[in-house]
Write a protein that binds this ligand. Structure first.
Ligand code: PHE
Length: 376
């Protein structure tokens, strides 16, 4: 339908309207058109089009009706046209305004709904972490040695064969030097070899190179060996090395210190003993045992039968230790005749497993929260 076909573009005479009743029905049609368009004006743009289409000064429907129907109408019809036009104008004005208010409220509500902060929603709950059990046990052991005058030193995890072996009096043919036991780093040909330390003992050498006696240190850290993972082996595990060197340290100081430590760590009721052992850098060398923490040293499980942990022996192997071999002092320019001391190498993972009744070392490295959160 072109514009000129619209009824408001033509005069009433042209439309053949001659009676007041026809005028009324004509206005009724217009009003129905307006109502239909208003119902569809659901957003601001449609509403503006509606407003301009009906109230526009030059070519809005009301202006056209005034110009084409009212002004040229016959005197008999003018009254009826004027009255209907006023009615329509009131209707149009009121509904266009009402529509504007409704649309504005709707946009505001939509915007408000978007921005609304729902304070009743649960917040983001981030679980509180805690130290890994290995870190806790490090801390426990460090605290015990702090209380008797030791301090902490640390050393590199990548070592030279000199610090890891030679200076510790570990001869060339010793099995720990074997490729099967040690991780060697790929280094360019001709450069000095490097390896992942197999124990924390090289830090004994670093420490004595740097300090004169008296020395009382513990060395917490990671160590690496080419072991296949199983319930008691891991290619990376943790040790605390201990070293005490002074001018008058005796074997009694040594065993007394270890006994003190073991009782502090496992409880006063635990007994200790030592057995002869061998390490190239200690002489004599010993292996310390504690009375079994599971069966109280009886060898019999609480439920009757042989204790599975100590296999009925009543004793559990703890760690290696010994009096520092005088040969080692030669490597660090200590006077072998003037100083004496002891050293020990505690396997942290093993001690943690004993104290907390854990039977698989792998759980320390799997990072399963269900395990970790048992030790908050
Ligand atoms: N370094 C030894 C090991 O890893 C333990 C040890 C340390 C033994 C100090 C004696 C003295 O097995």
């Amino acid at each position: 339908m072109s514009n000129s076909d619209l009824k408001q573009m033509q005069t009433l005479a042209a439309l053949g309207v001659t009676s007041a009743a026809q005028v009324k029905s004509l206005f009724g049609e217009l009003r129905a058109q307006f109502d239909a368009q208003t119902a569809k004006a659901s957003d601001e743009d449609l509403w503006k089009a509606l407003r301009d289409g009906w109230l526009g000064r030059k070519s809005g429907v009301l202006t056209l009706v005034t110009d084409n129907w009212l002004k040229p109408s016959s005197p008999e019809l003018k009254r009826a046209v004027g009255a209907s036009l006023n009615e329509l104008r009131t209707h149009v004005n009121a509904h266009i305004e009402a529509r504007r208010v409704a649309i504005e409220a709707g946009t505001e509500m939509a915007a408000a709904a978007k921005e609304r902060v729902d304070l009743s929603l649960p917040g983001v709950i981030r679980p509180i972490g805690s130290h890994h059990l290995i870190r806790e046990v490090f801390q426990e052991i460090e605290d015990i040695f702090f209380s008797i005058g030791f301090s902490v030193v640390e050393g590199p995890e990548i070592e030279t064969p000199y610090y890891n072996f030679e200076a510790l009096n570990i001869p060339e043919h010793h099995p720990v030097r074997d490729d099967m036991d040690t991780f060697y780093l790929d280094v360019p040909k001709g450069e000095p070899g490097l390896l992942l330390r197999t124990h924390t003992s090289p830090v004994q050498i670093h420490t004595m190179e740097r300090r004169d006696p008296p020395v009382r240190v513990i060395v917490p850290g990671k160590v690496y060996r080419r072991d296949n993972p199983d319930a008691t082996h891991s290619f990376m595990f943790h040790q605390i090395e201990g070293l005490a060197v002074d001018c008058d340290i005796t074997f009694c100081d040594f065993t007394g210190t270890i006994d003190y430590f073991v009782k502090q760590f496992f409880g006063e009721g635990v007994k200790t003993r030592f057995r002869p052992s061998y390490f190239p850098f200690t002489e004599p060398s010993v292996e310390f045992d504690a009375s079994c923490v599971f069966c109280g040293g009886s060898g019999t499980a609480r439920t009757g039968g042989t204790c599975g942990k100590c296999k009925g022996a009543g004793w559990i192997e703890l760690f290696g230790a010994g009096m520092v071999d005088p040969t080692v002092y030669g490597f660090v320019n200590y006077h072998p005749a003037k100083v004496s001391g002891f050293a020990f190498g505690i396997g942290i993972d093993r001690l943690a497993m004993l104290k907390y009744g854990i039977d698989d070392i792998q759980v320390f490295f799997q990072n399963d929260v269900r395990f970790l959160e048992q030790f908050p």
